[in-house]
Design a protein. Structure first.
Length: 281
């Protein structure tokens, strides 16, 4: 994504592209002691609604057909920063590329991390979808682990035979006035699912977020959409997939919205409504 990404990761490779497409890198600190590398392979689980998180309002669209499966991919993870050796190892990224396993993501200027934002929003989206009878699978089960790697995240969606895969992120541009959300999709497509189905998913996410009161990005993509060749989670997907950059965490107004529980609920309500609309279409 934007070249201003990533929170503090002492040994992150200079210039390495992210799976996530987020930005916001911070200059690296002195290298810590070596960390033993291990492969993170989470087991997808079906999630039931949690009473501790309020659900978004009921969507006006018709209920989706039974048996639908949605994979939600909350960007990054809370333990990534303390395991640089693991998240910096190279993995397949599609189109003949390799990339670091994962990254730390960005944060607001006050230090609220992207990984916490994406995990909370994803859980709220998942609770709303599960309440409608949709099977929800997450690519990570907590916000304290490491990874999973970008190729594994894509594999989880493929193995679940997902009807839709939505990766949730936030950007970290320091460009003056940079604000707004955008939705990335793989282009040119590498398979049938990355063609019309993924573009349709991206468009429905874009349109529903607009309806929900969110403005499209004024600094990346065009009209709220961004065709990408460099995002591993999209390149390696064989299911309809899109990545939502909910906004710019370095913008004061958007940072305030992302930091508040009410604001995160607004993001979740729009994303959930978009997924429902896509499944019902």
């Amino acid at each position: 994504m934007v070249a201003v990404r990533r929170a503090i990761v002492p040994l992150l490779l200079a210039g390495a592209l992210l799976f996530t497409g987020c930005s916001g890198d911070i200059p690296a600190a002195p290298a810590p002691a070596p960390v033993t590398t291990r492969t993170i392979t989470p087991t997808p689980t079906t999630v039931t609604p949690s009473s501790s998180v309020p659900l978004p309002p009921t969507s006006p669209v018709a209920p989706p057909a039974p048996g639908k499966v949605v994979v939600l991919d909350p960007g990054h993870n809370g333990g990534n920063a303390s395991h640089p050796a693991e998240i910096n190892r190279q993995v397949p990224a599609g189109r003949g590329q390799t990339k670091p396993c994962n990254t730390t993501g960005t944060s607001t200027n006050a230090g609220y991390p992207e990984h916490a934002f994406t995990f909370d929003v994803a859980r709220r989206v998942g609770d709303a979808l599960a309440a409608k009878g949709i099977r929800v699978v997450y690519t990570r089960q907590d916000d304290t682990g490491v990874g999973p790697c970008v190729d594994r995240r894509a594999a989880i969606g493929n193995e679940a035979n997902a009807d839709a895969v939505v990766s949730i992120h936030a950007d970290g541009s320091t460009a003056a006035g940079a604000n707004g959300f955008h939705v990335a999709y793989s282009s040119p497509p590498l398979n049938a699912a990355q063609g019309a189905p993924s573009l349709r998913l991206a468009e429905v996410l874009r349109d529903t977020m607009r309806t929900g009161g969110f403005s499209t990005s004024n600094y990346i993509g065009g009209n709220g959409l961004s065709a990408r060749t460099d995002l591993a989670g999209l390149n390696l997907s064989t299911r309809p997939a899109a990545l939502v950059e909910c906004g710019n965490m370095r913008n004061a107004t958007e940072a305030a919205r992302m930091t508040s529980a009410d604001g995160r609920q607004q993001y979740a309500a729009s994303i959930a409504a978009a997924i429902e609309a896509y499944l019902a279409s």
